[in-house]
Design a protein around this ligand. Sequence first.
Ligand SMILES: [Cu+2]
Length: 178
Amino acid sequence: MRAILVMGLACLALTACEKVEKHTTTVSSTSDVNGVVTAQSLNLTDYAMRAALGNNPNTAAYVTITNKGNTDDRLISASCNCATTTTLHTMTMNGSTMEMAEAKDGFVIRSGDTLVFAPGGNHIMLENLTQRPKAGDTVDVTLVFEKAGPITLSMPVSNTPLAKAGEATGMDHGDMKM
Ligand SMILES: [Cu+2]
């Protein structure tokens, strides 16, 4: 069943979500050069986590994954010790309402394709935080791929993750800023 969730209250209501198994292994073939992590044939860039906001029990994390290999792969799940539940979410507009939905089957990343998780779009949903990530922290998030296996990223935490230079900061978008 595909659950459609309205932003804001949505994540509080995610009681039916399966808990993602916690992975702590980092694949030995992973290398991190200047913030670009390469594991087998996947490149992981632009990763960051949004700082916990106010009393919001949830936050989100982002990453861009490029499949440079000759075979397709699939992002199956994500996990973080920082949250009780970590899931992969899509974001779509339904009329004037932003809705997120869990991608239960993960995301296929075809050879040569790039999968983007970024504010306003796909995101790694971190629900019921067990710690309050704040700007300047670094928090590990593990992504599990069908072929590449688990890859752990040390994500920098920011109040404006992946904000483009010049983007206005300090604006309060509340829960809409996932
Ligand atoms: Cu979400």
